[in-house]
Ligand binder design. Structure first.
Ligand SMILES: *Cc1c(COP(=O)(O)O)cnc(C)c1O
Length: 423
């Protein structure tokens, strides 16, 4: 399998020249990934932060197969179907009141592209020339061009930088700088050139699971409202209880105009993106002129199987077991922090809901390229854990079906690594 993989496959985020062999995974069930032979690994990063009820959930399988035998796939322009309507209605009903219309796409990046296009065209349709975007340093919103434009510039996207549109970045807010960040934002918005502001609410994922305070985000959104700047909450990673509440924005007071959802929306098992907008944004596209419509779409818009997975995943949350897992993870992480916050190899440790993020003391600045990343990954694999650090940030965001014992084991191995392997 590895030989054929090398012959035919180009892997994501991978320098094939010197990459170690990929793990040959042949089965996934619950929290476990099974390799060919005896070896198995606990999927404590939920397969790129997607899986939330666990792998191979029998209820999800049943509901998806039932849908498969009704409608496998159908065009979504000029057509609708029951499961797309149900998925949209149920997600909208879980969202704060201002959200009313769902636009479907295929993944997190496309849900962001759609949000950006909605905002640019909103102002265009209104005849206003607002063209700048605001984002936060370290942001990750996906790998398509618009999403890259509003993301952290540098190593990952340098070859394309000349193609990106105009974006200003404010520093990531911290206890020390947040007043400056607010002042800087006000000064930028006073130029009246800003169309929109995009952010990952309460926690930046790819930047290293960096958590920031709800009150700072509230202050930033309030400023955007004051200057008529539309806001996008990118909840691709945070949605569906990752931060303890169904959405991270349930923990703020202000009301964003657009929310992007993907990853966990299907229980993490099928690709789909939701961009949900307010009625006011939707209304700005209504006109006698077809050109004022959002002329955007994807072949797999509203895919019935993905929609069935969304509804089944919501059923599972409503039945309660997964929420017990969310609560257990939330409480256990807080206890872990209490117990280990003064560990000599822990520079900082924070949690939000089900995500625990540990900044490892490496005697140098925190970076994605910290050598400790490879060493930690190998150590955890030896100990049956599939745990991929982001540089010197060791974090876990497990499926909600993890047991208290499995979680304790994971904590123990993290502490063992910190104590015995970090110099
Ligand atoms: C993963 C992620 C994306 C991109 O989603 P893809 O499905 O990988 O394209 C966008 N925004 C955030 C916050 C993410 O974590």
């Amino acid at each position: 399998m590895i030989e054929k993989d090398k012959q035919y496959i180009w892997h994501p985020f991978t320098q094939a020249f010197n990459a170690v062999d990929p793990l040959p995974i042949v089965r996934a069930e619950g929290i476990w990934l099974y390799e060919e032979g005896e070896k198995k690994y606990m999927d404590v990063n939920s397969s790129w932060w997607t899986i939330n009820h666990g792998h191979g959930n029998p209820y999800l399988i049943k509901k998806i197969s039932e849908q498969f035998s009704k409608i496998d796939h159908v065009i979504f322009a000029g057509v609708t179907h029951p499961i797309a309507v149900e998925a949209a209605e149920r997600v909208v009903n879980y969202l704060p009141e201002q959200f009313s219309k769902v636009f479907f796409s295929d993944n997190g990046s496309t849900s962001v592209e759609v949000g950006l296009k909605m905002i640019y065209q909103y102002w265009y349709n209104k005849g206003e020339s607002k063209k700048r975007f605001l984002a936060i340093e370290g942001a990750y919103h996906g790998d398509t061009f618009g999403a890259m434009s509003v993301g952290q510039r540098g190593f990952f996207n340098e070859p394309f930088e000349h193609l990106f549109f105009d974006v200003d970045f404010i520093p990531f807010p911290t206890d020390d700088n947040w007043q400056d960040v607010i002042n800087q934002t006000r000064a930028l918005f006073e130029t009246k050139e800003f169309a929109g502001f995009i952010f990952e609410p309460l926690i930046q994922g790819a930047a290293g699971m960096r958590i920031y305070k709800a009150e700072w985000l509230d202050a930033l959104i309030a400023l955007a409202k004051e200057f008529d700047v539309l806001t996008i909450a990118d909840e691709v990673m945070t949605g569906f209880y990752r931060t303890g509440t169904m959405f991270a924005i349930n923990q703020i007071q202000q009301e964003p105009d657009i929310i992007c959802l993907s990853k966990g929306i299907t229980g993490g098992i099928l690709p789909i993106g939701f961009t949900v907008a307010t009625e006011a944004i939707f209304d700005a596209f209504l006109s006698e002129q077809t050109s004022k419509a959002l002329l955007h779409g994807h072949s797999f818009t509203g895919n019935p199987m993905a929609c069935a997975a969304i509804c089944a995943s919501l059923d599972l949350f409503e039945q309660g077991d997964s929420l017990k897992g969310v609560e257990m993870l939330t409480k256990s992480h807080l206890k872990f922090i209490e117990k280990y916050k003064d560990h000599p190899k822990i520079k900082d440790v924070k949690s939000i809901g089900t995500i625990l993020s540990i900044e490892v003391e490496i005697g140098a600045e925190t970076t994605y390229f910290a050598g400790i990343r490879q060493e930690a990954f190998a150590f955890f694999l030896e100990n049956d854990l599939f745990l991929r650090p982001l540089g010197n940030i060791i974090f876990i965001n497990p499926p909600y079906c993890i047991t208290a014992e499995e979680l304790e084991y994971t904590y123990d191995k993290i502490i063992e690594f910190l104590t015995e392997r970090v110099r």
